[in-house]
Design a protein around this ligand. Sequence first.
Ligand SMILES: *C/C=C(C)/C=C/C=C(C)/C=C/C1=C(C)CCCC1(C)C
Length: 252
Amino acid sequence: MKKFNNILISTIVLLLISNTSHAEVVVLQTDSFVGLTFWVVSMGCLAATGFFFLERNSVATGWKTPITVAGLITGIAFIHYMYVRSVYVQTDDASIQYRYVDWLITVPMQVIEFYLILAAVRKVPTIIFWKLLAASIIMIGGWYLGEAGHINAFGGFVIGMVGWIYILYEIYSGDAGRIAGKTGNRPLATAFNSLRMIVTIGWAIYPLGYIFGFMTQTVDVGSLNVIYNLADFVNKIAFGIVIWVAATANTR
Ligand SMILES: *C/C=C(C)/C=C/C=C(C)/C=C/C1=C(C)CCCC1(C)C
């Protein structure tokens, strides 16, 4: 079974890598800092994906799911980054809109990780899962409606903020936050705290990007992409590593 798992995982990783090889060869400008940050995050996501999928076999049973989801998040981001990077290199356009699909899929998965890591150490009411999922969809949905022009930019911002603030409420003082404070599991408590910081401080970059890059257009698209790329390194890759640290501590 373990052998089969390893073959399956290696195949997935190879598929991810080959996803890029049949794309047209694009030449990155040697002086493009924006392009460089696209590369760094792409490769970071690839490495993280391979790492999480392989590590999945070495952690205690309850932690396998959070680790798998961490690998899926960086895997989806990797494919997406390769795509956005080629669009950028070929057309010089790196509109934030290209990040739509990635966020639509990976952000709900990240928010659900709060439920999954709690469920790894104790029984947790499933309603927490649904509340987190709903809030993340509202957050990204508001943004999508605003940026795609279905509602006005400010309306989209307000809806997005409602979703984000609810997520913050839930992980600090809502059911999820309260349960996290009572598990008596040190590695879990540490991980939960670090993830909270990422979602509070690291994620604040995105609404700020929405204000300055989209609503007021005071930041140019190149700088915005550099900021998002570097932020994603912390917000997606480090996010998964925090979970992995708790998983390994709970495995010993
Ligand atoms: C990997 C991508 C991540 C972690 C993206 C996170 C995105 C957000 C936290 C976006 C938040 C927004 C608001 C809080 C209000 C305005 C609209 C958004 C969607 C930009």
